[in-house]
Ligand binder design. Structure first.
Ligand code: ADP
Ligand code: MG
Ligand code: ZN
Length: 463
């Protein structure tokens, strides 16, 4: 047998590139400061890594099928999660044999969501929950708090991936949760849990078991803002679907976003409310985000963004005040900072509002991040409303991109956005004049559509 030798290498947490020396910039993906130290087994003797040699055992069993012989029902069979919105994000439920990465910062609510999910699925199917982070007793306590049905959920407190794979193979549960990948390890890999090589190898072994047995699997991956832990970035390429939990821990709302999906469209989101009894699905996010909206206050404007195929209304707040320092302060939360500066420049040059000696703050209520150009017009309206201290009427929504010439330009999905605004009860919409041509105004009986060509025209709505 070949003698085992270990060596230290540097691995990119973003793409998995291996380098013998530390480098500031990854030569493969160009990411800065992404290399972390890792220990790998040096390939000696036969030149086969342990993973390769163990795989060669079942290579004899590989057969190829004609495409026309593959049954299409395999793709159609999906498990419904019991969370309607989550099913929509996944593209209609969990596909058998698919592997889903659920990423998020610690405390985002990943374990909570998955235990609730197990509870729902276990009403019909047997599920296995593997925890490497918490003890079985801690999970039990959480299950009691969340009032999760317990009689069809099996629990394993284990972190050895090969033992878990063997358990899945012999037990054949219908759904598996691995919480979390950073605590899992392959005994035959020298580096410690959470390192890039462990994370990659653990994921691919779990994936192989999931595919072979057609068992869907959800793997939890912690994401750290500073990337101290080997990021689930390296896992993204391996798994079928990537879901990320977004949202400020201080806020009760959590946004779950599909950033990759082999079985559905990406960028779909669903929202949850974090309560003591667990995560509650928010069926009507627009209504909730606008609930506590201050009425008759200057500096507010409602915007409508498309999150995947779903329009969501949210409130943009702006505050323009006299600066106390030499240079004015500009800050934005939930909105792109450079986009804000660009819009302020347009307002100054094209609409004649001088903001050079004023502080400007932009805030998106509810912890949402708006990065669509359709928010340009409402941002401008909110800024001018605050500057003039003139509130916008409460029933008005603004949708449109603002160009450098001060022109208001069309955006996609205008009809969906207007439908959503109408549903929530808005009665007037300021939209690009250009979009009026493609819209049938009579199909919006409860809403007055006002087409504007320049940002100046839109500001007239302030009266
Ligand atoms: N006893 C409790 N009552 C109410 N909320 C709790 C309780 N324990 C934990 N939480 C909430 O659950 C969150 C932790 O969720 P968890 O699923 O463990 O996160 P993750 O697995 O993503 O690290 C905390 O942010 C907290 O808001
Ligand atoms: Mg957890
Ligand atoms: Zn890289």
């Amino acid at each position: 047998m070949a003698k085992e030798k270990f060596k230290t290498v540097y691995v990119c947490t973003n793409c998995g590139e291996v380098s013998p020396r530390w480098v500031g910039k990854c030569p493969s993906c160009g990411e800065w400061n992404s290399m972390v130290e890792d220990i790998i087994k040096e390939q000696t003797g036969k030149g086969l890594s342990s993973a390769q040699s163990s795989r060669s055992v079942d290579s004899a069993a590989i057969t190829a099928k004609l495409l026309c012989d593959v049954s299409a029902t395999e793709l159609k069979s999906r498990i419904k999660t019991g969370f309607g919105e989550l099913d929509r994000v996944l593209g209609g439920g969990i596909v058998l044999g698919s592997v889903i990465l659920l990423g998020g910062e610690p405390g985002a609510g990943k374990s909570t969501l998955l235990l609730q999910l197990c509870g729902e699925i276990s009403r019909k199917l047997r599920v296995l929950y593997v925890t490497g982070e918490e003890s079985a007793r801690q999970i039990k306590l959480r299950a009691l708090r969340l009032k999760v049905p317990e009689d069809n959920i099996m629990l394993a407190a284990e972190s050895d991936v090969d033992a878990i794979c063997a358990l899945v193979e012999s037990d054949k549960p219908s759904f598996v949760v691995i919480d979390s990948i950073q605590t899992m390890r392959c005994a035959d890999i020298a580096s410690s849990s959470g390192s890039v090589s462990q994370v990659k190898e653990c994921t691919s072994r779990l994936l192989a078991v999931a595919k072979r047995n057609e068992i869907p699997m959800v793997i939890v991956g912690h994401v750290n803002k500073d990337g101290a832990i080997a990021g689930p970035k390296v896992m993204e390429h391996i798994v079928d679907t990537v879901l990320y939990f977004e949202g400020d821990k201080m806020l009760p709302f959590r946004v779950l976003r599909a950033v990759k999906n082999r079985y559905g469209s990406t960028n779909e989101i669903c929202m949850f409310d974090m309560t003591a009894k667990g995560l509650k699905m928010i069926e009507n996010p627009s209504k909730l985000l606008l609930e506590a909206r201050p009425l008759g206050v200057s500096g507010n404007c409602v915007a409508c963004t498309m999150e995947g195929s779903r329009p969501i209304l949210s409130e943009i707040q702006a505050l323009v005040t006299k600066t106390g320092f030499g240079t004015p302060r500009r800050a934005s939360t939930g909105y792109d900072f450079s986009r804000m500066n660009l819009l302020l420049a347009v307002l100054e040059k094209r609409a004649g509002y001088f903001l050079g000696n004023l502080d400007v703050y932009i805030n998106i209520v509810g912890g949402l991040r708006l990065d669509e150009t359709a928010c340009d017009l409402p941002v401008c309206m909110a800024v001018i409303s605050s500057l003039l201290d003139k509130p916008l009427p409460d029933n008005i929504i603004a949708i449109g991109e603002v160009g450098l010439g001060g022109e208001v330009r069309g955006v996609t999905n205008m009809e969906y956005r207007l439908r959503e605004a109408e549903r929530i009860g808005f009665t007037e919409a300021i939209i690009p004049k250009h979009s009026m041509r493609n819209l049938d105004a009579s199909s919006f009986p409860n809403m007055k559509l006002k087409g504007v060509q320049y940002i100046k025209d839109a500001i007239q709505a302030l009266g």
